[in-house]
Design a binder for this molecule. Sequence first.
Ligand code: NI
Length: 184
Amino acid sequence: MAILKTAQLGHPILRQTAKPVPREEITTPAFQRFLDDMIETMREYDGVGLAAPQAHDSRQVAVIECHGNRRYPDQPDIPLTILINPTVLAASEEQQEGWEGCLSVEGLRGRVPRAKTVRVWAQDRVGAERVIEAEGFLAVVIQHELDHLNGRVFLDRMRDLTTLTHLKEFERFWLRADASSSET
Ligand code: NI
């Protein structure tokens, strides 16, 4: 497995719409290796999610996982989830707002409004179709990753840029005030 280099804000690939992965490609050794590299990269950088464009690969793939992450001690665990060609089937009008960061927007956090619940269709690593019902933290992470596949980052979703903060100041002034945060 390999740790992939992450694209940083300003790299055009982060603003492109990712391409679908053909069903027959999913089970190839090369694609399976790419999935393992994505997982390894997410874990290496303590992310709770990673989308392929962040690894300089414009395909509709995202990985999500949270297991007692030291940077998000208050967040619930999320089992390793692989989303290939994901599509939002439904999103609640009711919203939640929490702190988000991004491995492609290093060192910054900001408050982002998101749908409270989402229903998402995706294929898993063997190409099987799944429908995921998500709420709360998982719903936030899924929406953040799906945005990456459509050329968007969390900054585009912020309603109020005055909440934007450097990580050091976030930990100093905001972490204890609001435990809800995620970096993906
Ligand atoms: Ni991100």
